[in-house]
Design a protein around this ligand. Structure first.
Ligand SMILES: Cc1cc2nc3c(=O)[nH]c(=O)nc-3n(C[C@H](O)[C@H](O)[C@H](O)COP(=O)(O)OP(=O)(O)OC[C@H]3O[C@@H](n4cnc5c(N)ncnc54)[C@H](O)[C@@H]3O)c2cc1C
Length: 368
């Protein structure tokens, strides 16, 4: 079985490390900080392929496929890591606050239903039966029962633990500077103080992937898009489903708190939180659920979503360094897409006849 270095231990890299270790590969997982400390730390963990893209799109198809893997993925992950992972398929209620928005959601419910997705249009008068605390201003909603959310910190920690249980070596504070092809077809991975050789390498460094030099290749064109998220102390049972509105979303956490997200900001590599972000998210939360007006903010998090030019992930073999596989650019869907990404990468690393999906091919983004 090959030796593989996975660069980056976010939800994507950790899930890949586990998948490869389970398949028998000798895995070394390197992270510049500690696993889970990148965008993953701030993520709301929603599994909602049919929300942000009502029209059919490659991203929605990937999301649909990955969501189908989730139940089994969590069962096996809980078993392998012997840890608990928050995971709820509670459904989403996407709410329209204008008549025009309601018409769009109503049409979307028909389209999704025809595609075989259980998507129910909820007239305004019925919303209080489903979610009594949603604003009376709601003009209608779209209920999708199969959506849900997962605790991303616990998922990532469990994936790392499961990889380690299968012999993977995890190294923290080990920032990779460069990757190059070796004459025998393998790869060399270099940090400021060390270098390692392996049969293959997976680049899963999220927003920072562009900063890792791959000899002979263009930098990966992934840019950081900051997202801020609030955790609100709220009365237990305030909400039972994820509520999605025109300006953001609310996730009912099992401990009774509510996550309110998220901003979308192009501010480079700044991972700080801002007063403006807090204000906008509180405003969004209260517009959807007025009872949150007096909720206190128990935590504010920010993370850098890795965005590729076409908003699709970059998953596939490098043409420049044959032993290198890219797994980055997951932007707003890295948690949803993690199980599918891990499967795709396992095939690319372990099966030379496996080919890259054209829509995800790194070559679409330059000489990679
Ligand atoms: C506020 C917010 C809410 C979100 N909500 C959702 C959601 O509901 N559902 C969903 O699916 N997605 C969501 N996302 C997106 C999701 O969090 C990301 O797509 C996902 O975390 C990306 O994972 P990653 O492993 O690629 O990157 P990251 O989590 O950023 O991990 C990259 C890792 O690489 C390490 N690294 C960096 N440079 C180097 C280097 N040179 N050498 C070694 N290691 C390095 C970092 O330390 C980090 O640990 C959200 C994101 C944000 C910010």
């Amino acid at each position: 079985m090959p030796s593989v270095i996975v660069v980056g231990g976010g939800v994507v890299g950790a899930t890949i490390a586990r998948e490869l270790a389970l398949a028998g590969a000798r895995v070394r997982l390197l992270d510049a900080r500690a696993p889970g400390d990148g965008a993953t730390r701030a993520s709301a963990g929603m599994l909602v392929p049919y929300i942000e893209g009502h029209p059919s799109s490659p991203l929605r198809e990937l999301g649909r496929e990955s969501l189908d893997l989730y139940d089994d993925f969590i069962v096996r992950l809980r078993r392998d890591s012997r840890s608990d992972i928050v995971y709820e398929r509670c459904g989403t209620l996407e709410v329209a606050l204008t008549q025009e928005g309601a018409e769009k959601l109503s049409a979307a419910s028909g389209t999704l239903w025809r595609e075989g997705v259980e998507a129910r249009w909820v007239p305004a008068a019925i919303i209080p039966d489903l979610e009594p605390n949603v604003t009376p201003e709601a003009q209608g909603g779209l209920f999708i029962p199969q959506h849900g959310f997962v605790g991303v910190a616990s998922l990532t920690a469990a994936a790392v633990a499961a990889a380690e249980a299968r012999g993977a070596e995890v190294m923290v504070e080990t920032g990779v500077l460069g990757i190059r092809r070796l004459p025998d077809g393998g790869v060399e991975v270099r940090t400021a103080t060390d270098s390692w050789e392996a049969d293959a390498c997976v680049m899963a460094a999220g927003s920072w992937s562009s900063r890792i030099a791959v000899e002979g290749a263009d930098p990966v064109p992934v840019t950081p898009i900051r997202g801020q998220l609030l955790q609100l102390s709220a009365p237990r049972g305030l909400l039972t489903r994820v509520i999605w509105g025109p300006a953001g979303y609310l996730v009912p956490w099992p401990d009774g708190s509510v996550l309110a997200g998220a901003t979308v900001e192009d501010v480079g590599f700044d991972e700080g939180t801002t007063q403006e972000g807090r204000h906008d998210l509180m405003e969004m939360a209260v517009a959807l659920v007025p009872a949150l007006e007096n909720a206190s903010i128990s935590d504010v998090r920010a993370g850098l979503r890795p965005r590729a030019p076409d908003d699709l992930p970059i998953i596939g073999r490098s043409k420049v360094v044959p032993g290198l596989v890219y797994a980055t650019g997951h932007y707003r869907s890295g948690v949803l897409l993690a199980p599918l990404t891990a499967e795709l990468v396992r095939r690319l690393v372990l099966d030379q006849s496996a080919s890259t999906l054209p829509v995800l091919d790194p070559q679409r983004c330059g000489n990679l």
